[in-house]
Design a protein around this ligand. Structure first.
Ligand code: SF4
Length: 371
């Protein structure tokens, strides 16, 4: 019998399940508090629950859908990368990033979660893309990444997660239903739509569908190029949904959700870092009334692609205009930065060769917009 994943249930569903077993509904809140607490390792340690209930939970429910295989920390413990494994044996990664309280501002704790093990999209600058898709994660497996982070921060005396970003392994909108369900479940763990950022490579129909869900999540578009010829090579989904259709979807999402859209742009030396691309990016951000996050390329194994110099990144940002900020990756020292997540898995050889061929073509003849 498959164990019931507690993280797959809403509070009300857990209440009803407990009542079905003959226990009072308030036990649901007790159990849910335990799931967030430091030092909890399973049902056995829930000493305020009756022994009979603990035994029933051990027999029929899963404490977590994920096993922690390893944790790597950097930035004096403020950044932590978790290597996790699902019950089906798929590996994935989540990254915890704590921003301490400073100058009167309250601290933030962001969990970057994976929505898939591996990814089918194959962006040229991304380690995960070289793996290919191994599995879609369930909503419970997505929520359990956040609960694991909550327990770890609790152990450090920090508060609960304040933000969740769907920017780990995978394209969230290719696992649409489980991702939407996970976001709804996270609302009940105190994470509102405003505190969730969903990053997509640009699946236009799913962006339009998401706009109708009323979740209020913030959308980040992985743009990375300002003309289709180059974006076709960097982010292959562009061949199905070119830039104009993607920006139109972004505009509609912003209008429907009332949330500002972010355009993500990985800066790659000699590929997409021309002054003309910067100006064009600034214009695109203006048309969607969005913001631009510039991310200097993080090195990945087996790739020669590199970031421009720090001065060149600043110059690019100034040409984009006031809507741009450079995102200095906190995760890179833990190999946990954008595009670097790939668990301990070996890339799929034929897939990696295909991506490498696209990378070589880019370096040999960058196709950024003419000066
Ligand atoms: S950047 Fe995102 S969408 Fe692209 S290959 Fe990596 S994980 Fe997939």
């Amino acid at each position: 019998m498959t164990a019931l994943a507690l993280s797959s249930l809403s509070r009300e569903e857990l209440r009803r399940w407990l009542e079905g077993l003959g226990h009072p509904a308030y036990r649901a809140d007790q159990i849910r508090r335990h799931l967030l607490r430091a030092g909890e390792v399973g049902f056995g340690s829930m000493s305020d629950l009756p022994l009979q209930l603990r035994t029933e939970l051990e027999e029929s429910a899963a404490w977590s859908t994920l096993a922690v295989l390893a944790a790597t920390s950097a930035d004096r413990g403020l950044t932590e990368k978790l290597l996790l494994r699902t019950g089906a044996g798929h590996e994935l990664e989540a990254v915890m990033i704590a921003h301490p309280a400073r100058d009167g501002s309250r601290g933030r704790r962001t969990v970057c979660v994976s929505s898939q093990a591996g990814c089918a999209i194959g962006c040229v600058f991304c380690a995960t893309g070289r793996l290919g898709l191994r599995a879609n994660l369930t909503a419970a497996e997505i929520v359990d990444q956040v609960l694991e982070a909550a327990r770890r921060w609790d152990a450090q005396g920090l508060g609960r997660p304040t933000n969740v970003v769907l920017m780990g392994m995978g394209e969230p909108l290719q696992n649409y239903h489980q991702v939407v369900l996970a976001i709804r479940l996270l609302h009940e763990w105190g994470i509102s739509g405003r505190q969730v950022v969903l990053s997509t490579s640009g699946l236009v129909p799913e962006i339009m569908q998401l706009a109708k869900e009323g979740l209020g999540v913030r959308l980040a578009i992985s743009l990375h190029a300002t003309e289709d010829q180059l974006r076709d090579r960097l982010v292959p989904i562009n061949r199905r949904f070119p830039i104009a259709s993607l920006l139109e979807a972004a505009r509609k999402y912003a209008a429907a959700s009332g949330r500002r859209v972010t355009l993500e742009y990985v800066l790659i030396r000699g590929v997409n870092d021309t002054p003309a691309a910067a100006r064009s990016l600034g214009e695109m951000a203006a048309t969607v009334r969005g913001h631009v996050n510039l991310i200097p390329m993080n090195p990945i194994p087996g790739s020669d692609l590199r970031a421009p110099s720090a001065a060149a990144c600043r110059e690019f940002a100034s040409l984009v205009g006031p809507r741009a900020t450079i995102r200095h990756s906190r995760g890179d020292r833990a190999t946990a930065a954008c595009g670097q997540l790939r668990a301990s898995l070996a890339p799929e050889p034929r897939r990696e060769a295909r991506i490498l061929a696209r990378e070589l073509a880019l370096v040999d003849s960058p196709t950024g917009p003419p000066e």
